[in-house]
Design a protein around this ligand. Structure first.
Ligand code: ZN
Length: 245
């Protein structure tokens, strides 16, 4: 179950499955990446300082996201990953951050193994199976039993608002008989990106999955929405802290 919580005066979104850990999604109130909203640069910088100070971490590991299937395993002291859409880490006392404005944010964390991942799955990444690929890489590289991984699928554009033409629909939905994945209306397709990603995680063997109902486009007062704000928007973030060893 997802719930709003308070991170030192800033609104964040957490899941009851990982309530005791610093694994969460930020909101407009806790912007960490200004992107097109240069007026928010200073606020984002201050918020990053707050995040590091309150989690007791020194640096943020992050990436330039390009809608690829590139999954990087974080290396000690290498803080920036070029052309990467998922990060996996087991470095104690470190933070990973990726950015979103409608795309699906996914957090994977294993409290038992102290290994985590963040995934950026827009429609392209979803079509390319990035959630599945990241889960598999995490499981194989760190010898983790999939049963020990908890997955959070955060707020993203919902089936209500993610309207596409046939070409995108065709790339995303191979099983067109499965009507749980989309609604067809006047030659347009409304696709459930979160459910597609949930199915990928299940296919990778993950059973503990919390999927957020919130649509970033409908709730653009709380989250950033690329579609609603016509591209001129900042980003909310997915945050994973690897515990102190
Ligand atoms: Zn919506």
């Amino acid at each position: 179950m997802f719930y709003f919580d308070d991170f030192y005066g800033k609104k964040i979104l957490k899941s009851s499955l990982l309530k005791d850990f610093d694994c969460f999604f930020t909101t407009r109130e806790f912007v960490l990446t200004a992107a097109q909203r240069e007026d928010l640069n200073e606020e984002a910088g201050n918020n990053r300082k707050l995040l590091l100070e309150k989690t007791g971490c020194n640096e943020i590991y992050t990436a330039k996201q390009i809608h690829s299937t590139n999954v990087s395993i974080v290396e000690n002291n290498k803080y920036f990953y070029d052309e990467t859409d998922a990060l996996i880490s087991n470095i104690p006392n470190s933070i990973m951050l990726l950015n979103f404005a409608d795309c699906v944010p996914i957090i994977l964390f294993s409290p038992k193994y102290n290994v985590g991942a963040v995934v950026h799955a827009g429609w392209r990444g979803t079509a390319l199976y990035i959630a599945f690929l990241t889960a598999k890489k995490m499981i194989n590289n760190f010898n983790i039993d999939a049963k020990n991984i908890i997955a959070l699928i955060g707020p993203s554009i919902g089936k209500c608002c993610f309207e596409t033409d046939f070409d995108v629909f065709d790339k995303l939905i191979s099983d067109k008989k499965n009507k749980t994945l989309y609604i067809e209306k006047n030659d347009k397709y409304f696709i459930d990106l979160k459910l597609l990603n949930k199915n990928q995680l299940k296919k990778a063997g993950i059973q503990n999955i919390d999927m957020c109902d919130y649509c970033t486009c409908c709730m653009s007062d709380i989250f950033f929405s690329y579609r609603k704000e016509k591209g001129l928007t900042a980003r909310h973030s997915a945050i994973v802290k690897i515990k102190r060893g």
